[in-house]
Write a protein that binds this ligand. Structure first.
Ligand code: URA
Length: 422
């Protein structure tokens, strides 16, 4: 087999054979196929697509590149959730302990933020002492004793994807539905969860900008999971405006704790409960009531145990950025639009995210919103507060907020988009 013929097949809109796919994934993982060759193939896939058979084989080959985990020894059914990423998407933080409080085991292998979307591990690392890196034995122990674990995926899980994702990130080939679907599902299937709920985001702050693409991605991933014996369902949810009132690491932890304490912004609570219901249903757990588990403190108990089991202090004061800048509403009226992408880029530029994967993040940096679409605002009132340790970043962040919101005269009809779209 030679890599040029594999690239030519896809360049010329042909179908890759199972042998070609198995070979190219294995050879790339071993370093026999070079980055420039794989990036040519990724671009050919982005331009010409892959059919369902090819995507399934590509996913299987990426799973076969590493180890597979197994949770059969646990006494509870496993349920996992994956979000395709967005701005202010802290849902994993309250969701994992909530679903654990309702009787499932939640193995949540999560990632770090890159670009304008935040990463669950970066958020949790703002809690003093908390550790994202666990051995497989430690991960099993936390899961078994607290019902939920949120940690970094080990290097042994789908290593082909790790290499390919980093390459796609720097070659303009992230936004290919076959590559996104196989990347996400190879990790989830290798992780060994019994059931999986996908939160496919659509809108300016998401990878998928329109509903048709989000539906295609959801459909492809559900097919891959189901064919591999993982009970998989998908919700398509709105990412045209940030989720909740915060985007940034410690800011989002604080908001998640508010949700676990029975409060928090209504959109975060609604989506957390909706996803919890889907996860419990997929795991075959009937009669659980996630709203009650939030109200009666049992989800909070699970959160505290989960954080402590990974070295974190659930009572510690969260870091606060050294400098703040308040953005004022320029006029009175109704806030009709607040763009997720603009807010995400501002949080990123303030230091909440990283430009290169080796960059550090600031725990306290980010954007705090004081109004959401549909709210009345008065000229001069705070619209948002920007937080950073490095005030020279304010101008750069403010530039990304230009044109990201609209205020219409009071009385203008405003129809709220529901958070769950499909
Ligand atoms: N997240 C992933 O894990 N892979 C992708 O390709 C895109 C988002």
């Amino acid at each position: 087999m030679d890599v040029i013929s594999v690239i030519r097949t896809k360049r010329d809109r042909g179908e890759l054979s199972p042998e070609q796919i198995d070979w190219v994934i294995d050879a790339y993982t071993r370093g026999v196929v070079a980055d420039e060759q794989m990036s040519a193939l990724a671009m050919a896939i982005l331009l010409n697509g892959m059919n369902r058979t090819e995507i399934a084989r590509w996913t299987a080959a990426m799973i076969a590149s590493g180890e597979r985990m197994n949770f059969d020894a646990l006494s509870r059914p496993t349920a996992d959730k994956h979000s395709t990423g967005g701005v202010g998407d802290k849902i994993t933080l309250p969701l994992a302990p909530l679903v654990a409080a309702c009787g499932a085991a939640v193995p949540q292998l999560s990632g770090r933020g890159l670009g304008h979307t935040g990463g669950t591990l970066d958020k949790l690392e703002s809690i003093p002492g908390w550790r994202a890196l666990l051995s497989n034995e430690e991960m099993m122990h936390v899961l078994d004793t607290t019902g939920a674990v949120i940690c970094a995926a080990g290097d042994g899980l789908a290593p082909a994807d790790k290499k390919l994702y980093a390459l796609r990130d720097v070659t303009g080939t992230v936004e290919a539905i076959p590559l996104i679907a196989s990347s996400i599902m190879s990790k989830k299937i290798a992780e060994g969860t019994g059931s999986l709920v996908l939160d496919v985001k659509v809108g300016t702050g998401a990878f998928m900008k329109n509903l048709a693409d989000a539906q295609e991605l959801a459909h492809t991933m559900v097919g891959l999971g189901t064919d591999s014996g993982v009970k998989t369902v998908a919700l398509i949810t709105d990412m045209s405006t940030p989720l909740g009132l915060t985007a940034g690491n410690a800011l989002e932890v604080r908001e998640s704790v508010e949700v676990l304490a029975g409060g928090g912004p209504s959109d975060v609570v609604e989506l957390t409960i909706a996803l919890a219901k889907e996860m419990l249903d997929a795991a075959g757990i009937k009669d659980a009531d996630p709203a009650k588990a939030l109200a009666d403190g049992s989800a909070m108990d699970h959160w505290r145990r989960m954080i402590a089991a990974q070295g974190g202090d659930p009572d510690a004061t969260l870091p606060v950025a050294r400098e703040q800048h308040v953005v004022i509403a320029p006029e009175s009226g109704v806030l009709t639009r607040l763009d997720a992408y603009g807010v995400g880029v501002a949080a990123w530029r303030l230091g909440a995210g990283r430009a290169r994967k080796e960059d550090p993040v600031q725990a306290g940096a980010g954007v705090e919103l004081h109004a959401k679409p549909g709210d009345m605002v008065t000229a001069g009132q705070p619209l948002m507060t920007l937080h950073t340790d490095t005030p020279e970043r304010f101008d750069y962040a403010l530039a990304s907020l230009a044109g990201t919101y609209d205020i219409a005269t009071a009385g203008t009809a405003f129809s709220a988009t529901s958070i769950i779209l499909d």
